[in-house]
Ligand binder design. Sequence first.
Ligand SMILES: Cc1ncc(COP(=O)(O)O)c(C=O)c1O
Length: 499
Amino acid sequence: MIDFLISLLGKLNPRLVAALEKRLRKIPAVRRQIEKEYDALMAGLEAELKPYRGEFTTYAALPENGRTHTDILQEMKSLNQREQSRWQNGFVSGAVYHGDPEHIEFLNKVYALNSQSNPLHADLWPSASKFEAEIVAMTAAMLGAGADDDICGTVSSGGTESILLAMKTYRDWAKERKGINKPEMIVPETAHAAFDKAAQYFNIKMVRVHVNSFFRADVAAMAQAINKNSIVLVGSAPSFPHGAIDPIEQLSELARQRGIGCHVDACLGGFILPWAEKLGYPVPLFDFRLPGVTSMSADTHKYGYAAKGTSVALYRSPELRHYQYYTVADWPGGLYFSPTFAGSRPGALSAACWAAMLAIGQDGYLAATKRIMETAVALKQGIAAIPELKILGDPLWVIAFASDEVDIYRALDVMTKRGWSLNGLHHPAAVHIAVTLRHTQPGVAQRFVDDLGAAVAHIKIHPAEEGGMAPVYGMAATMPLRGLVTDMLKQYIDLLYKV
Ligand SMILES: Cc1ncc(COP(=O)(O)O)c(C=O)c1O
């Protein structure tokens, strides 16, 4: 019945569907059917997500007596060993961007030295503020800050936090400077979900604008979307789904002319594009060299090769950055201030980030980018040689591919069975691989291309094979019932927190 309903609703106007959906879900029989479907789906996923049940003790309460360090470490080592080989051997899109054992060992030593440090207490750990100030300065210098510029920023916990911070900053800036009480942000539909999160958290209207056939922001459409409530235009360099670099030069000029902010999300590309440009790859201007760019996000914990948990939010001026800060002067706990969302923060992660940047240096980033770009060229050639597949847009190293002939999600499933962990995309249905240093190891690119070719051949012979994630992706991509998909995602998160 659900299938029938979905196919029927898919033919209707989306607004009408949303209204109908609310009513339909109140009908007991429909609700029961939906719950049954969820239960079956979640039961299938539970076994996969909880592989250690039974084999290892599960703790739903504190152990009565503390366990020995040796015992705990031994257990963790065995979990670690099981989880390491996939990313270590280059089977994973993105996720671990460096991963050489020697580099990890070095970061771990730095973490251990600094594990008690908290930048909230700058008096106790001035080293933490030294590390953070220098991380910001080094990132700004890499992203086009000139000697006369006042580019500044803060260290955050990751790309999402950098984006949330920047959007909150524009909201508060526009309220104070322009009296905008109903702020709107104009965002290409391919921009990261973190922008949508910012819109929800900070009550900013999200105006989504379509992209062109190369998956880049449509500047004319973005211009048309600007009104008196607009606070910021967003562009990605590059976007997560298709690795497309939006036309930042035009977007930033448009923003400058209209007196609004222009945020460049370089979470993925901030530590690759400057070096790819030096290597001669076709990289358009995307950073603070463009006068209209007023803020950027760049992730040190991706291609900056730091440990997970750091990113940088950059602003054109200290005045703009002030709208990010939190300060309170009349709290009984004393004068309180924090630059980002968190209060206490892990100084050890900033220390490890600083250490990674120093250890790698300009020559290291250049060499790493060269390896990544060369591997990406090999992968693109290999994918293009599979007749059933097509590469979306003209990506540099985040490569999305789709098919008009086979179900691409089934190809994704077969790749998963062969050990790969790739990203399923939708609108349009596609799969991507973000090339990292793990893929530059000998033989990995060829293995990817061979496995992908074999996966496509397999699904052509077995088009009706059941199971895997293909039905879930398919359902999420085609389902007109947004509320149902949202419920499903919430159930998935619930499952993650089930002991
Ligand atoms: C373009 C882009 N922006 C933002 C993010 C969010 O970063 P994080 O997962 O560190 O929060 C990502 C993550 O992949 C990204 O690719």
